[in-house]
Design a protein around this ligand. Structure first.
Ligand SMILES: Cc1cc2nc3c(=O)[nH]c(=O)nc-3n(C[C@H](O)[C@H](O)[C@H](O)COP(=O)(O)OP(=O)(O)OC[C@H]3O[C@@H](n4cnc5c(N)ncnc54)[C@H](O)[C@@H]3O)c2cc1C
Length: 515
């Protein structure tokens, strides 16, 4: 029987908190369906919802600027996000990236170079020869998989160690490191292969090779367990979103909305309001304490207001959560603190009606990433107006986004690394402009700029992450049962898709437990 009127507090009004509340009110599509019998209060410390997701529209002109995340992938758990888009009735606002953004570029040897795609075979061969990495690819299928990798369930290693083992240092340094900078702002010498790229790690185990040539012995049916993969039945059938997927005419597999990612946030907020969820913004939660009767929890905000709940779902970063247990549970405080975070800065530069700038970026795809070996104070540059031309008025407008910062481990290889927590926004903007001038010959002043610093913005899944998460989860289960549920992007995936799917999974478990 459903416990009617159960009071649930959701802490955090980013995509994780909003979708956790959405699934609680609207059900997850399988299992317990009469889910809308809860009194939900969502707490958000800012005066706006969305967390990292922050879209701005420039005044008086059509220009959509993403100040945080910029796009969502349709693959993997993206199918679930597209299903949510359908459920919210947003399919007509959804846009897929343009084929102009298909090219992938790197800043290599001081020049912006296109990474060859498999269908440009000749160019690929020239590139691979030019970079001196032919032998790495030829040798990969002959590399044996170490016994520990297959046999020890808790085995883990860094992304650097994994790729160095399979494809050599040069491939790791040129191709893999920038990918880690782009996705995690991360240090590939610390990030865990199993937590960050479980499907790649699985490929080695099941195929004995990353390139798909199984030269050594039997294929293995062992796989690395990750929490999203444990609830695959929550992923909708691809068929159910076929109409949406068919819109991806250029097959980029990357999407947003005509008015940017905030469309998803506004729609969720509207849905929650209509469903009677209490949405408390500008409310910082400071402490979680057990009720006097020991059955539920008290939530105390910054102004000392206290509310009582039967269950709590936290979706805030662990850096914000651990201080709440400082008085009541030192062990949990220490466990949550064991997950490190990384800061990153996102700088938008908009050039209106400037054909010269537009011309300089028009053939450079979605943008480029920068390996540390280039010794440049920038992690990557995105050309958002190439990716989503719907965001601009005319092909003379350009939206350029520069990423600076990332994990401090990067400093060991790149003395130009910038600690964004200690930098002035104006200094960061100057660094970005200098970079664009040097590598793209953009000398003009932008018409509009914005600098965001995401302090501790991305969890850094370091070697042993899955083990740490298991310890946290088993501690919470043992000591709090399902009265305290942890969600958000600290656990098993840092993308928007992962965050949404995590919320769906935890709500499924909660609904089943509350049956
Ligand atoms: C710069 C950047 C670029 C990214 N780019 C992409 C991308 O292009 N595609 C992609 O898929 N992913 C991207 N990501 C990752 C993605 O943005 C996040 O994983 C996702 O948005 C996390 O959502 P969340 O709700 O878990 O956390 P958050 O968005 O961090 O939301 C947490 C919320 O909790 C609130 N909060 C914190 N403490 C308290 C408190 N004590 N009381 C009340 N409220 C509190 C915060 O104000 C915030 O609104 C990017 C991340 C960053 C930082």
């Amino acid at each position: 029987m459903i416990h009617n009127n159960k009071r649930i507090a959701v802490i955090g009004g980013g995509i994780s908190g909003l979708t956790a509340s959405y699934y609680l009110m609207n059900g997850v599509g399988v299992g317990t369906s009469n889910a809308n019998k809860y009194q939900i209060t969502l707490y958000e410390k800012n005066d706006r919802f969305g967390g990292n997701i922050k879209t701005t529209k420039l005044d008086k002109q059509h220009c959509v600027v993403e100040q945080g995340p910029r796009s969502i992938r349709a693959a993997g758990t993206g199918i679930n996000t597209l299903d949510l888009v359908n459920r919210l009735g947003l399919e007509n606002e959804l846009i897929f990236a343009s084929k102009k953004s298909n090219g992938k570029f790197l800043l290599l040897d001081g020049e912006i170079q296109e990474l060859p795609s498999p269908n440009k075979l000749l160019k690929s061969i020239q590139f691979v020869i030019g970079q001196g990495i032919v032998s790495s690819f030829l040798a990969e299928p002959f590399k044996k998989v170490p016994k520990d990798v297959v046999d020890k369930p808790d085995f883990d290693e860094s992304i650097h160690s994994f790729f160095k083992r399979r494809l050599g240092s040069r491939v790791a340094d040129i191709f893999v490191e920038p990918m880690c900078l782009g996705i995690h702002g991360g240090d590939y010498k610390k990030l865990s292969i199993r937590a960050c790229f479980p499907s790649v790690a699985n490929r080695e185990i099941s195929n004995n090779s990353l390139l798909g040539l199984n030269l050594f012995g039997e294929k293995s049916d062992k796989t690395i367990s990750t929490i999203p993969q444990q609830l695959p039945f929550l992923l909708p059938e691809k068929q159910s979103i076929k109409e949406i997927l068919d819109k991806d005419l250029d097959k980029t597999g990357v999407f947003s909305f005509e008015n940017g990612l905030n469309t998803l946030i506004s729609s969720l907020v509207e849905n929650l309001r209509a469903n009677g969820v209490k949405l408390n913004h500008s409310t910082t939660i400071q402490e979680i304490r057990t009720n006097d009767n020991g059955k539920g929890y008290k939530i105390i905000d910054k102004d000392g207001n206290v509310e009582e709940f039967d269950q709590i779902i936290s979706t805030i970063p662990f850096t914000s959560l651990y201080p709440m247990f400082n008085k009541s549970d030192k062990a949990l405080e220490a466990l949550l603190r064991s997950i490190p975070y990384t800061s990153i800065s996102v700088l938008n530069l908009v050039y209106k009606n400037n054909a010269s700038v537009a011309d300089k970026i028009k053939d450079k795809g979605f943008g480029y990433l920068v390996p540390s070996k280039e010794k440049v104070p920038v992690l990557g540059v995105c050309f958002d107006s190439n990716t989503f031309p719907e965001f601009i008025d005319s092909d003379k407008d350009s939206i350029i986004t520069v990423m600076i910062g990332g994990n401090q481990g990067i400093k060991d290889r790149n003395a130009e690394w910038i600690n964004v927590d200690a930098k002035d926004k104006d200094d960061l903007l100057n660094i970005a402009k200098k970079h664009l001038k040097k590598y793209l010959d953009i000398k003009d002043e932008p018409d509009w700029t914005n600098v965001e610093i995401y302090q501790n913005g991305i969890p850094h899944y370091e070697v042993g992450h899955q083990q740490r998460i298991r310890s946290i989860q088993s501690y919470v289960e043992k000591n709090y049962g399902d009265k305290l549920v942890l969600g958000g992007n600290a656990l098993d995936g840092v993308s928007i898709n992962d965050s949404i799917f995590k919320s769906k999974s935890l709500v499924y478990n909660l609904l089943e437990n509350n049956k």
